[in-house]
Design a protein around this ligand. Structure first.
Ligand code: NAP
Length: 430
């Protein structure tokens, strides 16, 4: 809110943290070569908000900076999503009386503060806007800092201590924008009332900066690192310890920071197995798995542990052969997929179905006795899932695997039982 001290506090904070500082309004003013009042007068508030959103999208992927935003940023969900993707949102809260005292009669008179409403004076506008936005601010915030009675310097120190006290979890990968993990984990923290201590963000990490992000994690308050494509295998060499299952699978999707020592886990296999076991027993079942990449490897590991009889079908026969030898399974190419007719479970562990309405399995090979798991979770109803439903098979959506691998991560990071239903609802909504 105007008058909360956000601009000055952000400047002090950046100085104390020895990092860069950005003020969204200042960037826009420089870009347009006009003050805020002139921009709004000439182009209107919608234009202003559009430009503000553009700047947010441009800078929100950058690291190690303090951003001070105008209060209206919160009115557009895509702004909050972008800012949270890679950062922590701090709401400087103040009472309407204090805000009014600090602002005086500046609204509508100071070129930096054009009026947002037709209210008769600053105080009436502040009260009105605060009432409109308070809920949004509180919902969006990772940390709420009460400012009444505190100096700006004290506020910056308080933010630093809150950041230090809080535990951060991140998902890293390249690309990463579409990861659903932050939403799923943050909904879980909120449901348990631990969102003041835990927050989950995402960060695009390339191969080149993989090592440095882990070095940084060791000495910071990063508690957990979720790992996705393409780092699950390469990341292993940077870890202090690797748990037995992850070592056997040869991939890590979860890292826990135990006082500066990083331990790698794999929860993809438990995610898939838990999702499958909600629908079927696995012992002695004939399973066709399509794909021989990282996801297939983790799932096959779990299936073998459960006593399933696995056959791999893959586009590249040599990749299938390597995996089959390692896990003692059958293997074949995709031309032999008619064999799935006589099997119990079909699992798609390829990205087929993600971009196009295409299934890796001919619909004619599927029947009502099958249990079908598609690891692709976006779209939710892939062609394979739709065909399987039409044939009367039992289906397991890709988001169920995503959910249970996330549940296992949640419990490793927080040491607390995960609120599974809330996390599921978040995935179903997105
Ligand atoms: P990966 O290591 O790159 O392996 C991809 C596999 O798919 C390979 O066997 C590849 O065959 C096959 N493949 C790729 N494109 C194909 C095509 N057009 N036709 C036929 N086969 C094709 O990838 P991954 O890490 O295993 O991930 C696979 C999928 O699982 C991704 O979509 C990923 O998002 C998803 N996933 C989901 C979850 C979840 O929780 N639901 C978890 C992990 C992964 P070749 O051997 O011939 O190259």
């Amino acid at each position: 809110m105007r008058g909360s001290g956000k601009t000055t506090v952000a400047k002090i904070l950046a100085k104390k943290l020895n990092t860069q500082y950005f003020e969204l309004d200042e960037i826009l003013v420089k870009k347009m070569n006009m003050n805020i009042s002139q921009i709004v007068k000439k182009y209107g508030w919608d234009f202003f908000r559009d430009k503000e959103s553009e700047i947010i999208q441009q800078i929100s992927d950058r690291q190690n900076l303090v951003i001070s935003t105008g209060g209206g940023v919160v009115t557009r969900p895509q702004n909050i999503e972008a800012l949270k993707r890679n950062g922590l949102l701090i709401f400087l809260n103040a009472s309407v009386q204090i805000l009014s005292k600090r602002i005086g009669e500046k609204i509508g008179h100071d070129p930096k503060m054009p009026a947002l409403t037709n209210k008769k004076n600053s105080q009436a506008e502040i009260a009105y806007i605060f009432k409109q936005r308070e809920k949004l601010y509180k919902q969006a915030a990772d940390q709420i800092i009460e400012t009444d009675g505190k100096t700006l310097n004290q506020l910056a120190d308080l933010i630093i201590s809150k950041i230090k006290d809080s535990k951060i979890c991140i998902v890293i990968g390249d690309p990463i924008k579409h990861s659903l993990s932050p939403k799923m984990h943050n909904a879980g923290y909120k449901a348990l009332g631990i969102d003041n201590h835990f927050s989950f963000t995402s960060q695009r990490v390339t191969k080149e900066n993989l090592k440095s992000i882990l070095e940084q994690a060791k000495t910071s308050n990063i508690k957990g690192v979720s790992v996705t494509v393409p780092h699950k295998e390469t990341i292993m060499k940077y870890l202090d310890k690797i748990e037995k299952n992850a070592r056997n699978i040869g991939a890590v999707n979860t890292i826990v920071n135990y006082n500066g020592k990083l331990t790698g886990f794999n929860t993809d296999w438990t995610g898939a197995i838990t999702a499958l076991e909600k629908k079927t027993n696995l012992k002695g079942k004939k399973v066709a798995i399509i794909g021989a990449g990282g996801a297939a490897r983790a799932i096959i590991y779990g299936l073998k542990k459960k006593g399933s009889l696995v056959k791999i079908f893959n586009r590249s026969l040599d990749h299938a052969e390597i995996l089959a030898k390692e896990f003692d399974c059958g293997y074949s190419d995709l031309d032999s997929l008619s064999q799935v007719r006589n099997m119990d479970i079909i699992i798609n562990a390829t990205p087929v179905g993600m971009d196009k309405d295409k299934s890796p399995v001919n619909k004619e090979f599927i029947n009502k006795n099958h249990v079908v798991l598609d690891v692709v979770y976006s779209p939710k109803k892939t062609r394979l899932i739709k065909d399987s439903l039409e044939k009367g098979a039992k289906v397991i959506f890709g988001y169920e695997m995503l959910l249970y691998q996330g549940v296992a991560q949640f419990e490793l990071y927080t040491g607390t039982k995960a609120p599974v239903d809330i996390m599921r609802q978040t995935l179903e909504k997105n």
